[in-house]
Each structure stands twice: as structure tokens, then as C-alpha cells.
Design a protein around this ligand. Structure first.
Ligand SMILES: NC(=O)c1ccc[n+]([C@@H]2O[C@H](COP(=O)([O-])OP(=O)(O)OC[C@H]3O[C@@H](n4cnc5c(N)ncnc54)[C@H](O)[C@@H]3O)[C@@H](O)[C@H]2O)c1
Length: 287
């Protein structure tokens, strides 16, 4: 029975993944290359768990279990490697950074340890090929904010074996998530379908079809979406959207994925969405 997961990276995604693992009875070891990030992550996890308990979304037992189930490791040397059943990698979206980290940690793995990456756009097959265990490598794509979003896209690389798929499916379920399988193609399913819509909404704005607000309201009321595509792009980050579109454009070779020039211009201007205080909309605070 799976007991311990090691989460690498304590940014937006890693902290959420560790939080959910620790409050669903797993032992979650959380590591980050930056001690400051790790400290911030722990404070945010504690705050989030308290809030969810207050709202009745976590039981008192789950909330109080956090302390004994969350283990913070500033150094990879401090990790009890023989306990680790699954490693979930959630560091920055960069192929070289990810594979360099794999190179450092793989010699410490048990032979049966599974390595799962939370990458949103890098090929699982290509990442797997840079490891000593392509059969035990898989994409485990969580959604932001992890404690609230039900979906985990499970991405099977060319060499991923059935046991790995089933084990990670079981892990996702145990974490209260709904795992859905797909094969390894650029953008997987979620971004392949979503990003062209965001891109087209940016083209519609650029070509003066309607205002930001009206594009969003039309899609909300007409398609029953909880938020419009431009609002969603601001949440995701305009730079992240451009990055994912570029990967799909390059790897699928189809011009329909070419990032809208307006999105590129916004990145150049530093209008990255909520995180920079301005994207399609203004959020105040940060410049
Ligand atoms: N943000 C999202 O909405 C989202 C959604 C799904 C998937 N993802 C994917 O999840 C991964 C993480 O994204 P994020 O938004 O949490 O990024 P982030 O920038 O918030 O966090 C990345 C963390 O990785 C740490 N890090 C960098 N190099 C490291 C190393 N060698 N060892 C240990 N820690 C290291 C950084 O210090 C940072 O804390 C990416 O692959 C991203 O594509 C992101």
C-alpha cells in the first residue's frame, strides 16, 4: 500500500499537491531548492488547511493530521529515500532543470519507485527517456488551485507500463481527485482544447470584434462557462499561455496554434495577468 510521496518544488503547484497528500492520510515530504519558498509554502499550507476546516471542507482530524503527515526537507540528503513510493516533480517548467534534478535523485530511488511529473507542456516520453525508468515514469497533471480542483490528467508516455498507470490512478483517487487518462501529445487534452479558445478570444479582441468584457460575458452566458476566456487567461498567466501555445505550435506543426500577436505584446509589456497586477484586466496592487 502506497504511503509516502515526495513532492519536489513547493511553488504554486507543489505546495497544493503536498497539502492534499498530507490531508488525505499520506506522508508528504516537501522539498524545494529555495529555503525561502519552502518556508512560505508551509505557512500557506497551514493557512489553507485552517480555512478549509473552518468551511467544513476538511474534517478536524484531517486538519490536525497535517502536522504529523507533512515533512519538510530543505536538503535532498535529509530525505528518507527508502520510504518514498512515488516522487511527484513540480519544479519550474524547463526540460533541462527537470532532467538535471532527475539525474541527481534517481540513484537514490528504490527500484520500484515511480517518478511522476506535473509538467503542463513537456513531452512525458522525452522526460522519461532521460531517466533510468521510462516504464515507471508518468505525467500526473494537477490543476490550480490543487486543493479545490478535482481533475488529474494522467499522461501515459510511450514506455509507461500498466502497473504505473494503475498505481498513480489509485494515488490520485486516494487524494480525492478524479484521474482521467490520456496519451502523450503536446498540450495533452486540457491545454490542447483550452488554449486555442483563449488564443481566439485574444484575436477577437485584437481585431475589434468586441470589448474584453463582452467577449468574456458572451462566452460565459452563451456557453455556460464559469468565467470568460480572457479572465481565465489572466488567472493562468499570459506568459504561461504563450509558452504552451508555442510548444503546441512547434511540436504539432499546425498554424492553428500560433500565439496571437496581442498575447506576445502583452508579455513584452509585462502584462502577465493577475500575478503582475495587469493582464486583460487591471487588478491593482502589483505593477
Ligand atoms: N501554475 C499552474 O497553474 C500549473 C498547472 C499545472 C501544471 N503546472 C506545472 O507544474 C510545475 C510547477 O509549476 P508552478 O506554477 O508550481 O511553478 P512555481 O514557479 O510556482 O514553482 C516552482 C518551484 O520549483 C522550485 N525549484 C526550481 N528548481 C528546483 C530544483 N532543481 N529542485 C527543487 N526545487 C526547484 C522553485 O524554487 C519554485 O519554488 C511546472 O512544470 C508547471 O508547468 C503548473
Amino acid at each position: 500500500m502506497l504511503d509516502t510521496v515526495l513532492v519536489l518544488g513547493s511553488g504554486t503547484m507543489g505546495r497544493g499537491i503536498a497539502q492534499v497528500a498530507a490531508t488525505t492520510g499520506l506522508t508528504a515530504i516537501l522539498h524545494d531548492a529555495s529555503a525561502a519558498q519552502l518556508k512560505g509554502a508551509v505557512a500557506e499550507i497551514e493557512k489553507s488547511v485552517a480555512k478549509l476546516a473552518e468551511k467544513g471542507k476538511l474534517t478536524a482530524e484531517q486538519a490536525s493530521g497535517l502536522k504529523s503527515h507533512l515533512v519538510v526537507c530543505e536538503s535532498l540528503d535529509a530525505v528518507e529515500w527508502k520510504r518514498v513510493d512515488v516522487v511527484i516533480e513540480a519544479i519550474i517548467e524547463n526540460f533541462d532543470a527537470k532532467t538535471e534534478l532527475y539525474r541527481q535523485i534517481l540513484p537514490r530511488f528504490r527500484p520500484d519507485t515511480i517518478l511522476a511529473s506535473n509538467t503542463s507542456s513537456i513531452s512525458i516520453t522525452k522526460l522519461a527517456a532521460a531517466t533510468d525508468r521510462p516504464a515507471r515514469f508518468i505525467g500526473m497533471h494537477f490543476f490550480n488551485p490543487v486543493p479545490l480542483m478535482a481533475l488529474v490528467e494522467l499522461i501515459r508516455g510511450l514506455a509507461t507500463d500498466d502497473v504505473t498507470c494503475e498505481t498513480i490512478e489509485g494515488l490520485a483517487r486516494r487524494m480525492g481527485k478524479t484521474p482521467l487518462r490520456c496519451n502523450d501529445m503536446p498540450g495533452f487534452v486540457s491545454n490542447r482544447v483550452l488554449m486555442p479558445m483563449i488564443n481566439e478570444a485574444a484575436y477577437a479582441l485584437m481585431e475589434g470584434v468586441a470589448t474584453e468584457k463582452n467577449i468574456d460575458e458572451i462566452m460565459k452566458l452563451g456557453c455556460n462557462f464559469p468565467m470568460g476566456p480572457l479572465t481565465l487567461a489572466d488567472f493562468i498567466g499570459i506568459d504561461v499561455c504563450v509558452n504552451i501555445l508555442e510548444v503546441m505550435h512547434r511540436d504539432l506543426g499546425d498554424p492553428k496554434f500560433r500565439p496571437c500577436p496581442l498575447l506576445r505584446k502583452m508579455v513584452d509589456a509585462g502584462r502577465l495577468g493577475r500575478k503582475s497586477g495587469r493582464g486583460f484586466y487591471e487588478y491593482g496592487g502589483k505593477a
